[in-house]
Design a protein around this ligand. Structure first.
Ligand code: SDX
Length: 428
């Protein structure tokens, strides 16, 4: 790589030369770590132009609408691969050979159960607790059960924690759902696929045999694939920040779940479906489009816009195709899809959305598919968290695998009071 430099002119005729680092794809970065020696910090609230780390897991090109996982385009992975195979690639860097995949799959299947005591945690929640509140709590609680693999400096412990989380998240997610509807928890079935087992734990009941519908199984697996990882998004950055202090992996993933819950992030799929339900009919779309443009109205079109994609989110394209496939194969005629399609058509032709490059994102269609396959709206973000767990733990593992990693500790622009003497209360 060429020895590139950036020269920064500073006030008072000062200047500094900063090294420029190049990656294999995408933007080069200016290493500003020495800027402190000149008495300056950079300032980038929201991190619009800040690379927080070096990573080889996922590459996004927001202008071209490109998403690669370990170099493989999401469009190919969604059709050719499976979620578990993608998990292996995200964790280990390469798609597995048949032998590697069989070993990985049997390891994942061997860890699908959770400690029986964990079931008692749910009893502390009201039945109407939001499933994300439950998932956040019980995921953090996992660290109380696995004292044997909490040494984050031990590579084998990190690998065991990764397996455990990929294996157990479907079990925990389904337990959140079952608890909220007052049905008994369903044990994992290791004779089923990853997606099939999740559907069984969600929808099976003890009093009758559960048969996995292959159409729904494939749609579920594809939803998992499309949500698996997405570079340094808010929740992944949360996991990395928590992990940089040496916190145990279960606590880090619980932090990621908490961050994902926000409606600007993973909570958008639930918010998007509720918005479509609120719009209700095609003739009410213009009213909501106007509200989305109104600076005095906090309303935003959920499922539209993205910090990075200033073109179509490639996942939304695959999700849109899957949405039509699933609804026609299941012979579901959902008026919300009509509203969604008309909303997309109007928004994509509206000057406001065109000028601000607001396209449908991954959350726009996922809610309609999940509703069609029987997932309740309150579980949408839980599904997102289930799928994203492998991305979170892959980034956590990558960070800790890198020698010399430090605790993340950003600085600030201080705009508070200058130093002043204390005044006792009788003189205030
Ligand atoms: C995910 O980072 C990731 O990769 C996330 C994710 C992942 O896989 O991890 O892709 C998953 O979180 C997808 C995004 C889901 N969120 C939503 O659908 C919620 C609705 N979208 C917005 O909240 C918003 O678009 C964000 C949060 C997604 C992006 O916000 P930015 O990049 O901070 O952009 P912004 O808020 O500064 O908006 C830029 C302009 C603003 O107008 P101006 O102030 O410039 O006049 O666009 C407007 C915004 O008002 N705008 C919208 C809008 N999104 C942005 N106006 C109406 N409806 C919207 N949805």
């Amino acid at each position: 790589m060429a020895d590139l430099k950036a020269k920064l002119e500073l006030p008072g005729n000062d200047a500094i030369e900063l090294p420029v680092k190049q990656g294999t794809e995408g933007f080069d970065v200016i290493d500003i770590s020495k800027l402190g020696s000149k008495g300056y910090f950079t300032f980038d609230p929201g991190f619009l132009a800040t690379a927080s780390c070096e990573s080889a897991i996922t590459y996004i090109d927001g202008d071209q609408g490109i998403l690669l996982h370990r170099g493989y385009p999401i469009e190919q992975l969604a059709v050719e691969s499976s979620y578990l195979e993608l998990c292996y690639a995200l964790l280990y860097g390469e798609l597995p050979t048949k032998t590697q995949f069989d070993e990985f799959m049997s390891t994942v299947k061997a860890h699908t159960m959770v400690h029986e005591q964990l079931a008692f945690f749910f009893r502390g929640f009201r039945r109407d607790a939001h499933p994300m509140a439950m998932l956040c709590g019980v995921t953090g609680a996992l660290s109380a059960f696995y004292q044997d693999s909490l040494d984050v400096n031990d590579a084998r412990h990190r690998e065991i924690a990764a397996y455990r989380l990929v294996s157990k998240m479907p079990t925990l997610a389904a337990m959140c759902y079952k608890y909220s509807i007052g049905q008994p928890f369903v044990y994992p079935r290791n004779d089923l696929s990853y997606a099939g087992n999740f559907l069984s734990m969600m929808f099976a009941v003890p009093c009758e045999e559960y048969k996995v519908n292959p159409i729904i199984e494939r749609a579920m697996d594809r939803i998992f694939i499309l949500h698996a990882d997405h570079e340094q998004n808010a929740s992944t950055s949360t996991v990395r920040l928590a992990g940089s202090s040496g916190a145990n992996p279960f606590a880090c993933i619980a932090a990621g779940i908490a961050s994902l819950w926000g409606p600007a992030h993973g909570g958008a799929n639930e918010a998007c479906l509720r918005m479509l339900e609120e719009i209700g009919t095609v003739d009410r779309i213009p009213e909501f489009i106007e509200r989305a443009k109104d600076k005095n109205d906090s309303f935003r079109l959920m499922g539209f816009g993205h910090r990075v994609y200033k073109n179509f989110d490639p996942r939304a394209k695959v999700m849109r195709e899957t949405c039509h496939e699933v609804l026609s194969e299941l012979k579901v005629n959902d008026p919300l899809l009509d509203v969604a399609m008309e909303l997309e058509r109007i928004a994509l032709n509206d000057e406001y959305f065109i000028s601000k490059k607001l396209y449908p994102n991954v959350d726009f269609y996922s809610g309609i598919i999940m509703k069609a396959i029987g997932i309740p709206t309150s579980m949408f973000t839980v599904i997102f968290a289930l799928a994203r767990t492998v991305g979170w733990i892959s980034h956590w593992k990558e960070m800790l695998d890198q020698p010399g990693h430090k605790i993340s500790r950003p600085r600030q622009l201080y705009t508070g009071e200058k130093s002043r003497d204390f005044v006792s209360i009788d003189k205030r």
